[in-house]
Design a protein around this ligand. Structure first.
Ligand code: PBG
Length: 341
């Protein structure tokens, strides 16, 4: 009957207005949310990248990276001590030399700024945190490429491997615990591992920047290291269109003996990060790069968003996508503000 039908419809609507499945139950209090949180972010999950410039007496702000500085040796020592105090997982050092040449001689010189700085901070913090060094030539070459050039002006893969192995030995001798292979030359992980082992540096670990994309988000970094690059890095860094190729690079680095593999940048490549994390048998890291940091910092300076919350959201999302550890320019600041503990 019509009346029975109306009663039935009423019951259906009433039931729909009072759902029995209520996901909001688990969001109702801070304590409940904390209990069901899937992803945590602790100081040990963060690595702070740092720039040290040869010949500086005082730290210099980097215009395109608000809150980030080029350090003098003294200010570097101080901030590394703070990073250790804050319980960060480590620091990643980048050197900015006073002079450059075609083969990046400063990179292999024991008195080059990166090697000098490494020695200084290893002496400062000992084993309290993991001291990492960027193993790449771009900061040291006058053409700004990550390798040496052949007669045609192209980046010469195998000649570059020779320079990387020498750089690896110099960094190991300076005391670096973990070498960040960021140059994207084929075979770099195997070449560096073999050279280190032959020299007795079997304990020095390798972080392979496996899936490193040719990214516009490195823009502010080029300021930070005063890069002299004209052109781009598309003959060695990955095409942002290619996910499979990123996975392949990570699997190759595993075969070549990488201790840790990395995806970089992070936020635009969370799909690649997830795929690498699902297949890797070693820790997987990600780098929230200079442009990712600077976008948030610039918007925050304009009052357009809450910078700390946005940095945290990025970092938690990168962890959720599969990163064990994240390199972030905001790492120390967030810990010191008590936002990561
Ligand atoms: C290479 C290197 C770069 C970055 C880390 N290692 C620069 C590049 O590939 O152009 C970029 C990091 C960032 O943007 O924060 N030495």
């Amino acid at each position: 009957t019509a009346a029975a039908h109306d009663a039935f419809r009423h019951d259906v609507v009433t039931a729909a207005l009072a759902p029995s499945i209520r996901p909001r139950r688990l969001r109702q209090s801070a304590a409940m949310r904390r209990l069901v949180s899937e992803t945590d972010l602790r100081p040990r999950h963060l690595v702070l990248p740092l720039f040290v410039r040869e010949g500086l007496e005082h730290p210099q702000p980097i215009a395109s990276m608000p809150g980030v500085q080029q350090h003098s040796l003294d200010s570097l020592r101080r901030i590394v001590a703070e990073a250790a105090q804050a319980g960060l997982g480590g620091v990643m050092l980048f050197g900015v030399p006073a002079t450059r040449d075609a083969i990046g001689s400063g990179a292999t010189d024991p008195d080059g700024i990166l090697n000098v700085a490494t020695r200084a901070i290893v002496a400062e913090v000992g084993d309290a945190l993991v001291v990492q060094t960027d193993l790449c030539l771009d900061e040291f070459t006058d053409h700004g490429h990550c390798g040496v050039l052949d007669a045609r002006g192209h980046v010469d893969n195998d000649a570059t491997l020779q320079r990387y192995t020498a750089m690896a030995i110099a960094q190991a001798e300076a005391g670096s615990h973990l070498l960040g292979l960021s140059g994207m030359m084929d075979g770099q992980t195997a070449a560096v591992r073999a050279a280190l082992d032959a020299a007795g540096h079997t304990d020095v670990a390798l972080l392979a920047y496996s899936a490193k994309y040719a990214s516009a988000f490195y823009g502010p970094f080029r300021d930070a290291v005063e890069s002299q690059l004209t052109g781009d890095r598309r003959t060695y860094q990955l095409d942002p269109a290619n996910g499979r190729e990123g996975v392949r690079e990570a699997l190759l680095d595993l075969d070549e003996g990488a201790d840790i593999v990395m995806v970089k940048p992070a936020l635009a490549y969370l799909d690649v990060l997830r795929q690498v994390a699902d297949r890797s048998t070693v820790p997987v890291w990600a780098y929230m790069v200079s442009g990712e940091y600077a976008m948030i910092a610039a918007a925050a300076q304009n009052g357009w968003l809450d910078g700390d919350r946005a940095q945290l959201e990025g970092l938690v999302s990168i962890r959720r996508a599969g990163a064990d550890v994240v390199l972030s320019y905001a790492a120390l600041d967030l810990v010191q503000k008590g936002l990561v503990s």
